[in-house]
Design a protein around this ligand. Structure first.
Ligand SMILES: C=CC1=C(C)c2cc3[nH]c(cc4nc(cc5[nH]c(cc1n2)c(C)c5CCC(=O)O)C(CCC(=O)O)=C4C)c(C)c3C=C
Ligand SMILES: [Fe+2]
Ligand SMILES: [Fe+2]
Length: 388
């Protein structure tokens, strides 16, 4: 499918979109203009959250996270105190969790594998992937300088978050905008905001879920029912009430996956990784495990909204929730691996890069224009990403 261009989204003027202003998107003509004499140099910037690379990095990583106004929405003069308080409160637990993974997050290594696999799937262009992490190295500024030094013809900003949230992709875009200005990076840029119901992404996800389901079924007593729990990272309820489309987009993905799977399965959506004292969106993954125990149903947990393994899959799902399920007597606990460098998933990203280039410069979703429904005022096609 060919994307519509950004500015033809019904009812929206070019100036109503903030992100294309936010990211330097310079250059007349279309992105399809061939660069004569050589294949076009496309810098693909992969956004992810980042994680500590050694135990001493855990506290500053947590401080970076909680100092982000997109994460901790309190008045600016309170934020440093609250950030320090929450980071201190979490550091011991986080250190124990990262210790189970060798003292560091696997996220950067896995993102590098995704980057190499993606470059290999785009032979028709001179594509180079760069990684911009939000809360630990490589930060946006390091990456923006590296992109500038490479002298690309075009840039594609590709979040490794299929679902747009102000806390993830929105925050990364704000950081990228600031870094681009600081680095003096002025190159035609197209941003993919999200791809929750992209066909190839959904099909790749179905393939992983189906394989794990079949395996679990062969191991389980046929008399025991199996429920599929799609477990996404949670968010504070206030962020959703403010118009963040993340939860709606997660629901769209799950519906698309279930529909493409075409199997008669018992399934539910739940939310994990609550990290602040406020009320987070329901139901929690813990409460779904408790319900499965009451129903004497085994569970297959599908990490949804995460496309790489990290502490929240390898520790929270594989250790903490597995233990909880065992202690409650859940008759079986299985887990679908995240996409990582799965060939189907990387092929979906490669296709998204091609379509993003066709659509640009500016902002697009996998569907071309804005895909979020009206209540979602924080959809980047509508919201102003704050200046930094
Ligand atoms: C869809 C993905 C994610 C959303 C949405 C998200 C929101 C969000 N996260 C926190 C707090 C923490 N997140 C932490 C780590 C972490 N979170 C994500 C993904 C999403 N976060 C990833 C990929 C990681 C990296 C994990 C790793 O392996 O390093 C952490 C640190 C770990 C810990 O202490 O548990 C915190 C804290 C909030 C508050 C939030 C939304 C408001
Ligand atoms: Fe998180
Ligand atoms: Fe949107």
């Amino acid at each position: 499918m060919k994307f519509e261009r950004l500015n033809v989204v019904a009812g929206e003027s070019p100036s109503s979109t903030a992100l294309e202003e936010g990211v330097p998107a310079i250059g007349a003509g279309t992105v399809n203009t061939p660069v004569t004499g050589r294949s076009r140099k496309v810098a693909i910037v992969l956004f992810n959250l980042g994680g500590p690379d050694r135990p001493e990095a855990i506290k500053p990583f947590l401080m970076n996270l909680f100092l982000d106004p997109a994460i901790l929405r309190v008045p600016f003069f309170i934020r440093p105190f609250l950030a320090r308080y929450i980071a201190r409160a979490r550091v011991k637990g986080a250190t124990d969790n990262y210790a189970l993974l060798g003292g560091k997050s696997p996220l950067l290594g896995l993102t590098r594998e995704q980057a190499a696999a993606l470059e290999a799937q785009l032979p028709e262009m001179d594509a180079k992937c760069f990684i911009a992490m939000r809360y630990w190295h490589p930060f946006s500024l390091e990456t923006a300088k590296a992109v500038k030094a490479w002298e690309p013809d075009e840039i594609v900003l590709l979040p490794l978050y299929p679902h747009f949230s102000t806390t993830t992709t929105g925050s990364s875009l704000t950081a990228w905008k600031q870094a681009s200005v600081q680095a003096g990076l002025v190159v035609k840029t197209t941003t993919l905001c999200c791809y929750p119901t992209d066909d190839a992404y959904v099909r790749a996800t179905v393939a992983l879920v189906r394989a794990a389901y079949m395996k679990a079924r062969t191991e389980l007593d046929p008399a025991i029912p199996l429920r599929v729990l799609f477990s996404a990272h949670g968010l504070p309820e206030t962020i959703i009430k403010n118009g963040d489309p993340y939860q709606w987009q997660v629901e769209q993905t799950v519906r698309a996956v279930v529909s493409a799977w075409q199997a008669d399965i018992d399934w539910a959506i739940c939310y994990q990784s609550r990290a602040t004292p406020q009320k987070w969106i329901d139901p929690s993954t813990e409460s779904e495990i408790e319900r499965a125990a009451r129903d004497r149903t085994a569970v297959l947990v599908v990490p949804i909204a995460f496309v790489s393994e990290h502490t929240e899959t390898l520790v929270e799902l594989d250790v903490e929730y597995r233990d909880l399920a065992r202690d409650l007597g859940v008759p079986g606990y299985y887990r679908v691996p995240t996409q990582n460098a799965d060939a189907g998933f990387i092929a979906s990203l490669a296709d998204l890069v091609r379509r993003t280039l066709e659509s640009g410069p500016g902002l697009c979703s996998h569907a071309g224009g804005r895909m979020c429904e009206d209540p979602f005022g924080e959809c980047p096609f509508r919201a102003r990403i704050p200046d930094v």
